[in-house]
Design a binder for this molecule. Structure first.
Ligand code: ADP
Length: 288
């Protein structure tokens, strides 16, 4: 891909998810027998890049290992049309997430950061300088100095930053302030709004005190968009949710693609919600 035409740069992680199905979770010190195991490419960066790539030219900036998992993670991105020129490789195992899912659908996840820990600010700045993407989307699975460098780069180059602060963590005020929008679920929204009211509209107004704009996803209850002092609510279609894994990632990637194409924030969020809702209604295939 000609990197001068990049719409969306996603800076983030690639992980191979190992999903173990159990009837019930083991107690501490207990052994239970698993029902099945499957692997699925994941990592928030990788998931969000794939979601954006269907709609806009997209590059992923990250690190995988020189291992079999790294080969497969890159192959999935390539097949999805993501530019992987700036996914570098190191002599360390690719990132992994060990996910136990029980019959009630509850999960427990252990993430092994692996190769992702090697993502450096120098590499990220080099990639962004080379591609000059219209929008940059990042999460909090990468080293914290990388997140700060991405936010600073966007401010310096007047590029739009979409920040999906997941997994939730304290952030410098300048990083939050650069987010346009901050893309959060209900739990993350409350954390950054320092507001424990149940009213998402009030939380959205509070987020405008810390970020340039904000989009709060509320699962089946829709989406709240806050920008320029105004708050709008978007409803989502009623669907039978089969698997909500990665719904937030589909939302963030599709939102980035539409914003790169100059959609308004509410319109982009409507498209993102439609895509995420369609995603939860179908079960993704496991990769053998
Ligand atoms: P996260 O996975 O980050 O917690 P949400 O659960 O808020 O994010 O889901 C993100 C988006 O996925 C929602 O805004 C919505 O569009 C869609 N979605 C998630 N769960 C459902 C559901 N049960 N029914 C319909 N849409 C859903």
């Amino acid at each position: 891909m000609d990197t001068s035409s990049v719409d969306v740069a996603v800076v983030g992680t690639l992980n191979m998810d190992v999903i173990v199905q159990v009837t019930r979770m083991p107690e501490v010190g207990e052994t239970v027998l698993g029902q099945s195991v499957s692997e699925r490419p994941g990592g928030k960066g990788a998931n969000q890049a794939l979601a954006a790539a269907g709609l806009a030219s997209t590059m992923l900036v990250g690190v995988v290992g020189r291992d079999d998992a790294g080969d497969r993670l890159l192959a999935v991105q390539d097949a999805g049309g993501v530019d992987t020129v700036y996914v570098s490789r190191v002599d360390e195992a690719s990132g992994q997430a060990i996910i136990e899912v029980d019959d009630a659908g509850d999960n427990r996840i252990v993430v092994l950061v692996g190769a992702n820990a090697n993502l450096s600010t120098a590499h990220v700045e080099h990639a962004l300088d080379a591609a000059l993407p219209r929008v940059v989307l990042t999460q909090l699975e990468s080293p914290s100095e990388v997140t700060a460098a991405v936010a600073a780069w966007c401010s310096r180059r007047s590029r739009r930053l979409l920040l999906n602060p997941s997994p939730v963590a304290e952030l410098p005020g300048a990083v939050l302030a650069a987010a346009d929008p901050l893309v959060v679920n209900e739990h993350e929204a409350r954390f950054y709004a320092s507001d424990d009211t149940d009213d998402p509209v009030a939380v959205a107004h509070a987020l405008l005190e810390v970020a340039t704009s904000a989009v709060i996803t509320l699962g089946a209850d829709g989406v709240v968009v806050a920008a320029d002092g105004a708050v709008a609510r978007i409803d989502v279609a009623r669907v039978r949710a089969v698997d909500t894994t990665g719904a937030g990632d589909v939302f963030a990637g599709v939102l980035a693609a539409h914003l790169a194409h100059d959609s308004g924030l509410v319109e982009a969020a409507e498209q993102a919600a439609a895509a995420a809702t369609a995603h939860v209604a179908r079960r993704p295939p496991a990769v053998e």
